[in-house]
Design a protein around this ligand. Structure first.
Ligand SMILES: [Ca+2]
Ligand SMILES: [Ca+2]
Length: 394
């Protein structure tokens, strides 16, 4: 009875509010549709932002130990162009490896778009080894990427490591660190470096009387203790190239010199290099002079040098008399077979036998009257005068 009464009252209530409820329902449905569409649009925008916008994916909070320890070599990377991903640092430990050694490679890379992948390709004598690096410190906008591998090959001829990084926009950048590539800068004038040329500076090298110009790419790796030299008033144009400089290496503005022990202005073919801000140095000559000067054949005697015109009666110091560095011996005094005789007062000065460089011999100089010929009293008799003369050579 009570339930029936309630249902009846409710039924009457619905009937009375029917037209009002329909109106509210329409409004509610409309609002719901607008909200649903707005949610879809916002979700779409968020998805697009998530998909395309550069972002940090990973944050690694533990720090990386970059202290100098034996076997660990840290290289600062200098780039001419603002290319991303941008390499800031490379850490190799150890650099000098042999088969069986474990080598750890680390790079610090910056990129506002976020670095997605990093790999290291190490080139050895018989092939390449590719290693994927993992983010271990910082984040992928500025982070340290590292990994280690076991060396399986030798590096008696080739040894270099190329780091390749790709960002979330698909942009790739790479640097090459060359560990054994011999540099062949010109003795004087501009040193031009092109793409694919990777140079290792292990001692002192650089440009003298010229600039260092990375024309289309390439790299210079300055090892621990090594020095890259460029002259005052000259420049290094890194442009599309890179310079990896060990924390124990340096770039110096100075003049580049090569050995000239005897200070005759000529350097030997086997020379050492040094640098100085001085214009000249005793015992050294500017390297650019080698661009036009021939080598000194004997660097311990200033008289022994290319273009020497004098002759000498003592050897230059090593037993040789090749004072003009032409590879052969020239005698100052010649041989003669034309001496004086009966009725002949003319002769050609000379030795009858060459005594050899530095040796004394009888040197005939001129004819003198000596009476009449023994077999013809009507003909004048001439004999040569002589002196003892040391043969001089160059
Ligand atoms: Ca010399
Ligand atoms: Ca000679």
């Amino acid at each position: 009875m009570t339930i029936s009464y309630i249902l009846l009252v409710y039924s009457n209530s619905i009937s009375k509010k029917k037209s009002k409820t329909t109106m509210i329902g329409k409004i509610v449905r409309k609002i719901g549709k607008i909200v649903a569409e707005a949610i879809l649009i916002i979700a779409g925008i968020l998805y697009l932002l998530w998909h395309f916008a550069p972002r940090e994916l990973i944050e690694k909070r533990f720090s990386l130990d970059l202290s100098q320890v034996p076997g660990r070599e840290i290289f600062r990377i200098l780039s001419g162009e603002e290319k991303f991903p941008k390499f800031k640092l490379a850490v190799i430990e150890p650099r000098d490896v042999k088969p069986g050694d474990m080598q750890k490679l680390t790079v610090h890379i910056e990129d506002p778009a976020g670095v997605k992948t990093v790999k290291a390709v190490t080139e050895l004598d018989h092939g390449k080894f590719e290693l994927t690096l993992e983010l271990v410190g910082g984040n992928n906008r500025s982070g340290f990427w590292t990994n280690a591998w076991i060396v399986k090959d030798t590096h008696s001829k080739i040894y270099r490591t190329k780091f390749i990084a790709v960002n979330y926009l698909g942009k790739e950048n790479s640097i090459t660190l060359a560990w054994s590539d011999t540099c062949t800068p010109p003795y004087g004038g501009d040193w031009n470096i092109y793409s694919g040329e990777n140079c290792t500076v292990g001692g002192i090298d650089g440009a003298d009387n010229g600039n260092i110009i990375f024309q289309t790419g390439g790299s210079i790796t300055i090892l621990n203790g090594a020095t890259l030299v460029y002259n005052s008033g000259r420049y290094i144009s890194i442009g599309p190239g890179t310079i990896a400089i060990n924390t124990g290496g340096q770039i110096v503005e100075a003049n580049l010199f090569v050995t000239d022990s005897d200070n005759d202005g000529y350097a030997p073919s086997s020379f050492s290099r040094t640098y100085s801000t001085a214009g000249s140095l005793s015992g050294w000559v500017r390297r650019y002079t080698l661009a036009t000067n021939p080598y000194d054949c004997y660097d311990a005697n200033a008289n022994a040098r290319p273009n020497q015109t004098s002759y000498f009666t003592v050897n230059r110091g090593d037993g040789s008399f090749d004072y003009n560095c032409n590879g052969s011996i020239e005698y100052q005094y010649g041989i003669t077979s034309d001496l004086c005789e009966c009725g002949d007062s003319s002769m050609t000065p000379g030795y009858t036998t060459n005594p050899g460089c530095g040796n004394a011999g009888t040197y005939y100089t001129q004819c003198r009257f000596a009476g009449k010929c023994p077999y013809d009293p009507f003909v004048d008799y001439f004999i040569p005068t002589s002196t003892t003369l040391i043969q001089a050579c160059r």
